[in-house]
Design a protein around this ligand. Structure first.
Ligand SMILES: NC(=O)c1ccc[n+]([C@@H]2O[C@H](COP(=O)([O-])OP(=O)(O)OC[C@H]3O[C@@H](n4cnc5c(N)ncnc54)[C@H](O)[C@@H]3O)[C@@H](O)[C@H]2O)c1
Length: 320
């Protein structure tokens, strides 16, 4: 068992929705390491069995849409003491293209899960995965949990509505629940987003790197194992009264700085060009206050350079 964990999850039955995804698969590995009996529900829309290859045979895998499986009684929440809800459309662009698809995956399915938990006498604890997108373009920095939430894309709206439902179900029906607002998560097995994109471009063409925007956008990049640490704290030591926590590293970098760091870990010196425009729904700047999560015992352990080296090594060894 991992000695850094606050409480043992040994022999507890745990459900991870979206467990074949990027973050979910790292969480599943850690839960198994803690001795938990893990069931994964995943429709493999953006996740993959390859992500679970280290633990195959040790997890109970149910493939299908979460909402359908709950409706058909193929997932019974009262079997689990902890539920980690990660299944979703996890990206802004599909939500801009098709808001109803995003609504179905992110809000409707979350409500289905909450309803199942409400009807269950035994299901204990929910950790819901929300997003920094709930803030939109923040009113001031650093971003605190109590700041106004004004999403600027459908994904931000569905994530905000889902976490509000989680809070209300917790308050009215007594479901112990916590929502985590994840900022820019990165690490091995992530095949989208800016860091993967940079490493992929640099490995494909070490001479040139084209960057979306003007490089001044700022983000807080948090390594996936640190996010897993936050999820385990949320499941074990958070009050579970529907509260929300920012999950970030507490340090922000501009996209230009990030590009330089990626070039440095890939040991290349490309010509860098900027497109000058950003995608609709993308915020300019995120600097994040994480003291609430730190008060639960959260300590981000992975520096940006360590994390970039890990993703580079994974890319070189496994990506296809
Ligand atoms: N990666 C980030 O930077 C980030 C930032 C903020 C929030 N989040 C949230 O974290 C969670 C996990 O994101 P991720 O980056 O691991 O993405 P991911 O796409 O790798 O994981 C999502 C998983 O959910 C599964 N899934 C999607 N719809 C489903 C459905 N209807 N039924 C069952 N399974 C379904 C997918 O197949 C996938 O395995 C998501 O809720 C996402 O919104 C991620």
């Amino acid at each position: 068992m991992n000695p850094h964990l606050p409480l043992s999850l040994d022999n507890t039955c745990v459900l991870v929705t979206g467990g074949a995804g990027f973050i979910g698969s790292h969480l599943v590995e850690q839960l198994i390491d803690c001795g938990a009996q893990v069931t994964v529900v995943d429709n493999l829309a953006t996740g993959s069995l390859k992500n679970l290859e280290n633990v195959i045979g040790q997890v109970h895998l149910i493939v299908g849409d979460l909402g359908d499986l709950l409706r058909w009684g193929r997932v019974e929440v009262n079997q689990y003491s902890h539920i980690f809800h990660l299944s979703a459309n996890p990206y802004i662009p599909p939500s801009v293209k098709n808001p109803i698809y995003d609504f179905h995956l992110n809000l409707y399915n979350t409500l289905m899960l909450l309803e199942a938990m409400r009807e269950s006498s035994k299901a204990k604890r929910l950790v819901n995965t929300s997003s920094a997108a709930v803030y939109g373009n923040p009113a001031h920095l650093p971003i605190r949990e109590s700041d106004p939430t004004v999403p600027i894309c459908p994904y931000g709206v569905s994530k905000l509505a889902a976490e509000r439902y989680v809070a209300v179900y917790s308050q009215i029906y007594g479901i112990p629940a916590t929502s985590l607002r994840l900022f820019s998560v990165y690490g091995p097995r992530q095949r989208k987003q800016v860091i993967y994109d940079f490493i992929h471009k640099l490995r494909t063409d070490p001479e040139h790197l084209e960057i979306l925007g003007d490089g001044s956008q700022e983000r807080d990049f948090v390594y996936v194992q640190d996010v897993v640490q936050a999820m385990l704290l949320a499941a074990t030591v958070a009050p579970g009264k529907g509260e929300t926590y920012n999950v970030a590293s507490g340090k922000s970098y501009s996209i230009a700085e990030l590009a330089q760091a990626c070039c440095s870990v890939c040991k290349v010196t490309p010509e860098i060009t900027y497109t000058g425009h950003i995608r609709p729904g993308d915020a300019e700047k995120w600097v994040v206050e994480i003291s609430a999560l730190q008060n639960l015992g959260f300590t981000p352990k992975t520096s940006i350079l360590e994390g970039l080296c890990a993703i580079r090594d994974w890319y070189d060894a496994y990506d296809d």
